[in-house]
Design a protein around this ligand. Sequence first.
Ligand SMILES: [Zn+2]
Length: 121
Amino acid sequence: MTALERLVTQAERLLLQPPSGGCNNTDAFRLGQHRELLAMLAEAVREDLQARAELAALTRDQLATVLAALDDAAEAREARGCDNFCADCADSPDRLCESHAADLDACGAYRVLRAQLGGAS
Ligand SMILES: [Zn+2]
């Protein structure tokens, strides 16, 4: 979960709390929390937009190279993880060894990043 997603979850939880039923210190305290949270959310959204803008700053050729590299890396990790299981993996097919599980995790991460960068496979 990203920092932004954590903040949104926290905001939802806070905002869904029922009002205390009167104008009192509890409501004033919550209002303060809401303001603080909104400021944090605004900052996180600004940072997220900045990060996306930086990603978008790749030229078309650079992006194509990055996408191709992610494809190659994902395929290599997948091949290593799926095609060459070791004795440990073979002994217990429902639970891969650390090394082969790491290959498949990395493969998944590369594919997620590729999708986030906007390239269709
Ligand atoms: Zn293995």
